[in-house]
Design a protein around this ligand. Structure first.
Ligand SMILES: [Zn+2]
Ligand SMILES: [Zn+2]
Length: 310
């Protein structure tokens, strides 16, 4: 099954590095205060696999949740994680998301993340960090739901006046967010013709977690991980790719990372755990994908599924 998605966008020069932002107040804490956890909310791709929501992850630390990407299904999967005991992922607690890039499979859940938690009584605006263009995207989304917001605010519904708002932050590579729980570093990754796509590194008291976002294999991930606790990386099956028509081979080789290349990368990045997500297996099995990674990397590998916790 091929991803039915071809994106052609102009390229532009890299933006200037900005100084690190000041310390933000920590996200409010819930009760669960065990060590940092990574929750895979959605492990999917544009393929509408009912078992795999669109790409979305949560780094949960000290009872606060920091999301990466908002693929379709993100809010329902967060609610499912709360039912499994992760209080930080209660829907009304979803208030900050770091967007890797603006492809629809990573952002179709944004209106859900903006409005559903508000309807469920979140009072804080949603903080959205992402590449240039994310501000326009959230602006258009809030304009699209203008009538909904008006009816809820001016009708009989006891809605608060602030939780439907968005604060969009267009970022450049470097430290983009910091509070007493986490330091979040964005790094540029090559994702085909996108002028700007990011991976993110989360440093907390007890863990370093690196999330590739969508990218072909890149030295940036090796440098950011450098022995990190968890590397979450996208992947496609090399054997499956070899069966594709040549135009799709060209697309995937420019936008994404094969399992063989990911094995090579992991051997140098040396994560303590490599988690695969955004998998494109085509006709390969998960065992075959892991075997392709094993050609070069012999460390721990997990084939991620929705709601896995690491
Ligand atoms: Zn994607
Ligand atoms: Zn993408």
């Amino acid at each position: 099954m091929a991803v039915a998605l071809v994106a052609l966008f102009p390229t532009s020069a890299a933006p200037p590095i900005r100084p690190a932002p000041p310390l933000s107040p920590a996200m409010p804490s819930g009760r669960d205060s065990s060590g940092t956890r990574l929750v895979l909310l959605g492990s999917g791709t544009p393929n509408a696999d009912p078992d795999r929501s669109g790409p979305a992850l949560a780094v949960v630390v000290n009872g606060a949740a920091y999301l990466v990407d908002a693929g379709p299904g993100v809010v329902r999967r967060a609610a499912a994680a709360e039912r499994r005991g992760i209080a930080a992922l209660a829907v009304k607690n979803l208030r900050i998301v770091f967007v890797t890039h603006l492809h629809s499979d990573h952002t179709l859940g944004l209106p859900d993340l903006i409005f559903t938690p508000w309807v469920l009584e979140r009072e804080a605006p949603l903080e959205v960090y992402g590449p240039p263009g994310v501000e326009a995207m959230t602006h258009h989304l809030t304009a699209a739901y203008e009538q909904d917001v008006r009816i809820r605010l001016e009708g009989l519904e006891p809605a608060n006046a602030t939780g439907h708002r968005v604060r969009a932050h267009e970022i450049a590579p470097g430290v983009v967010y910091r509070d007493s729980n986490v330091t979040v570093t964005a790094f540029a990754v090559p994702h085909g013709s996108w002028p700007q796509a990011f991976g993110y590194r989360f440093d907390t008291r007890d863990r370093r977690i690196v999330i590739s976002g969508d990218t072909r294999t890149t030295e940036a991930v090796v440098q950011q991980c450098a022995g990190c606790d968890v590397l979450v990386h996208e992947v496609y099956a090399q054997a499956g790719w070899e069966q594709l028509p040549s135009e799709w081979q060209r697309y995937h080789a420019s936008f994404h990372t094969s399992a063989v290349d990911l094995g090579r990368l992991a051997a140098r990045a040396q994560p303590k755990l490599l988690v695969l997500y955004h998998q494109l297996p085509w006709r390969s099995t998960r065992q075959q994908i892991v075997k392709e990674i094993r050609e070069h990397f012999d460390g721990p590998v997990a084939y991620g599924n929705d709601l896995d916790v690491y």
